[in-house]
Design a protein around this ligand. Structure first.
Ligand code: ADP
Ligand code: MG
Length: 701
């Protein structure tokens, strides 16, 4: 069917009418024929077997029974009110029960006429019953297009209450196919169909709704998933290309003296292969006259800083300045010290600007920046103030992107004629395929290898009841000269409570670890920044052995001598947070430990999180589990979750299909960028229709 016909409002389908159409629109977001066609079943039920009432077992499985309703009555009161039908076959009788939608059922249910009834059986006091059964007149059942596998469509309480049951949806679907099933036209090229041995489109739609066999169903699903993912990937790749064409940037043509000198004479260690590869990727981008927008992902400790520095050296070699922006003052200061140390013999001029930089110093920085006496400026949000004017900013590095919104990023752009290149560093590993499908305009580089000699952090789960043992362990570690973090959850909604937990915890730790033998730092959100920094400093310098903190230390803090991370109420943390926190230790040569403390009552998800943490140190593996637990929407934050409302494919489970789809989309585009070749005509027109009718997901713009 042509797309125009597909766009016919659902009201016009025979058997729908204005009331049902209204419900379908409101409840299922089904507005047109095409939307209905794309309402895919959640699952399929086996309808090959029929059961007899007399032989029912008290199991919870779905059963299918042929029989007649002989009697109908209301029972119970108020919330327990229900409509009960006595249902019989030649072997016995049972109950069918409805708690909602009574009127509709009373009006439409036929007495003493054979029905096929389907649902989950339960047994109450010797009587079997099915609540809200799926029912169909036997005569209709025999006429229907259905094969052995019965589709189960997504539904809502409202739909069910208004009588739009699974069966009704199924009937609509039959009507849809009667009206225009033969006109469903192909939307993938012959080349793709043949190469991947895909089922033709019309055939696939038919089998999704009326599967003729397991095998046909599997092939239909594959075909439709492929198509969905193919057009998403195509859209992303096209956007990416457009972005590269449109946004010009400074080409850093030179790999000059600073870069080479640093590489040959000042590298404090041998780069890992992953670091080398990533630097090559960045260098390649920077050499082109298009703005770089690259996400650099690497687990905590994977060595992103040196990559950032070397990228900045490329900017400097080409006569530009660079900046490095971090989300907190502490982190900016650490970056500043780190980079100053790395660059001490290079003549590169670096400065630091934060909220607490004194006015005189601030003015000096402004002047140096403007007249080009400064090569690298490091800082917090303070870098975004209007007064901060670069002479010529060529590269902006942003550490820990999650804390910076898109607006803030674009603010940096407005300081120049052309936008600076942007490198965003993130220690939150996003599964590669997810990143690939969410960040349309962002290229992704991954450091997937830790520097050599890192010891895995030993992670254990301990119950609160074993706290004394844990304290003993901490004392032993401190005796060896190590430092310890003890972290408490901070969840916005219950800030007061969290604060109380933290303070209670602090007091009990102060009792267990008395002065003067032990010194304790405490850092939390209610403190003034200056006090926080003071306490952090004491810990960094080794004046305190224990740091009691809320999650403020999550981001980036580097204290190599700290070797134990105790996480209190670990069940309240998400996986990525746990992983981030754990990454604060294991930075020195010593064996490090992470101790996850919890109460005894744990949800299944909490258990999975704890088990994952004790099993692996691999951030990407953890991210995969996180993705499965939370789903892509939550994981990426609400702002991007809309991007992932796929109709049939699942970004996690259909990962492999996505890779194949991306591969094909990419090779088709590089061979035929504007899809002008005759063999790609069908792809071009389908893509245009998808864009026109907004049936393709809107990715972050
Ligand atoms: P992150 O990716 O978490 O920002 P950093 O850049 O802070 O990691 O690096 C973590 C630590 O590892 C630093 O102390 C750094 O000097 C060190 N490091 C980075 N790369 C290497 C390497 N190739 N070999 C040895 N040590 C390295
Ligand atoms: Mg870092």
């Amino acid at each position: 069917m042509s797309l125009a016909k597909l766009q016919t409002p659902i009201d016009y389908l025979k058997g729908v009418g204005p009331n049902r159409a209204l419900l379908l629109r409101k409840e299922m977001d089904v507005h047109t024929y095409q939307d209905l066609l794309n309402l895919f079943p959640n699952r399929y039920l086996d309808r090959t077997t029929y059961h007899k009432i007399g032989q029912l077992q008290p199991t919870a499985a779905d059963v299918q029974i042929i029989g007649k309703v002989v009697h109908l009555k209301m029972m119970g009161e108020k919330r327990g009110k229900r409509l009960v039908a006595t249902f019989q076959d030649d072997t016995g009788s049972m109950d069918l029960v409805w708690f909602r939608g009574h009127k509709w059922i009373k009006d439409s249910l036929k007495i003493n006429v054979p029905y096929v009834v389907f649902g989950k059986v339960q047994r109450f006091g010797g009587t079997y019953s099915i609540a809200h059964p799926d029912m169909e007149l036997l005569s209709e059942h025999e006429r229907s297009l259905r094969g052995a596998m019965q589709p189960v469509y997504p539904s809502t309480e409202k739909l069910a209450a208004k009588g739009i049951t699974n069966k009704v949806i199924n009937t609509m679907m039959q009507q849809l196919f009667h009206e225009c099933g033969k006109q469903i036209t192909e939307s993938l090229s012959t080349h793709l169909l043949e190469n991947l041995k895909l089922m033709p489109k019309a055939h696939a739609y038919f089998n999704i709704h009326f599967p003729q066999s397991q095998n046909d169903l599997a092939r239909a699903q594959y075909r439709l998933k492929f198509e969905e993912l193919f057009y998403i990937q195509l859209q992303l790749l096209i956007k990416n290309r457009l972005h590269k064409q449109k946004i010009k940037g400074y080409a850093f043509a030179e790999v000059g003296q600073h870069f080479s000198d640093f590489y040959e004479n000042h590298l404090p260690f041998e780069l890992t292969n992953a670091q080398k590869r990533v630097i090559r990727e960045i260098r390649n981008d920077l050499g082109k006259p298009a703005q770089m927008n690259r996400l650099l992902q690497g687990d905590v400790g994977s060595g992103k800083t040196i990559v950032a520095l070397m990228s900045m050296l490329l900017a400097i070699d080409n006569g530009f300045q660079a900046c490095l922006m971090a989300p907190t003052e502490i982190l900016s200061i650490q970056h500043y010290h780190g980079l100053v140390e790395l660059c001490q013999e290079t003549g590169i001029r670096i400065d630091l600007l934060t909220g607490s930089t004194k006015t005189a110093k601030r003015n000096a920085i402004h002047a140096d920046l403007l007249n080009g006496n400064l090569d690298i400026l490091i800082g917090t949000h303070a870098l975004l103030e209007d007064k901060v004017q670069f002479n010529n900013l060529g590269l902006a590095v942003i550490d820990e992107q999650h804390r910076f919104g898109v607006e803030q990023r674009s603010k940096l752009w407005h300081k120049n004629e052309l936008p600076p290149h942007v490198l965003i560093m993130s220690a939150t590993p996003i599964p590669r395929t997810l990143a690939m499908s969410v960040y349309g305009d962002l290229d992704v580089s991954v450091i997937d290898e830790l520097p050599p000699g890192r010891k895995d952090i030993k992670t254990v789960h301990r119950f609160d009841a074993n706290r004394l043992k844990v304290f003993r362990f901490l004392r032993d570690e401190i005796k060896k000269g190590r430092q310890v973090y003890i972290v408490y959850p901070l969840i916005q909604e219950s800030e007061a409570l969290d604060y109380k937990d933290l303070m209670d915890g602090y007091e009990s730790i102060a009792r267990e670890f008395p002065q003067p033998e032990y010194q304790i730092s405490i850092v939390h959100g209610k403190m003034k920044p200056a006090d926080k920094d003071y306490e952090m400093e004491r810990f960094v310098k080794g004046e305190t052995q224990i740091m009691v903190a809320t999650t403020v230390i999550e981001v980036g803090v580097n204290v190599p001598n700290a070797s134990v991370m105790v996480i209190e109420s670990a069940e309240r943390f998400g996986l990525s947070q746990l992983h981030q926190l754990r990454g604060r230790v294991g930075r020195g040569a010593e064996q490090s430990y992470c101790i996850l403390m919890t109460g005894h009552k744990l949800s299944e998800d909490s258990k999975t999180r704890l088990q994952t943490m004790t099993r692996t140190n691999d951030g990407f593996e953890i991210a995969e589990v996180d993705l499965k637990l939370r789903g892509p929407g939550d994981m990426m934050g609400t702002q991007q979750s809309g991007a992932l409302h796929l109709k049939i494919a699942d970004i996690v489970r259909d990962n492999d299909v996505m890779k194949i789809a991306r591969g094909y989309a990419s090779s088709i585009l590089s061979d035929d960028p504007s899809l002008a070749k005759p063999e790609n005509e069908v792809i071009r027109s389908t893509y245009q229709d998808l864009m026109k009718y907004k049936n393709i997901w809107n990715y972050i713009s």
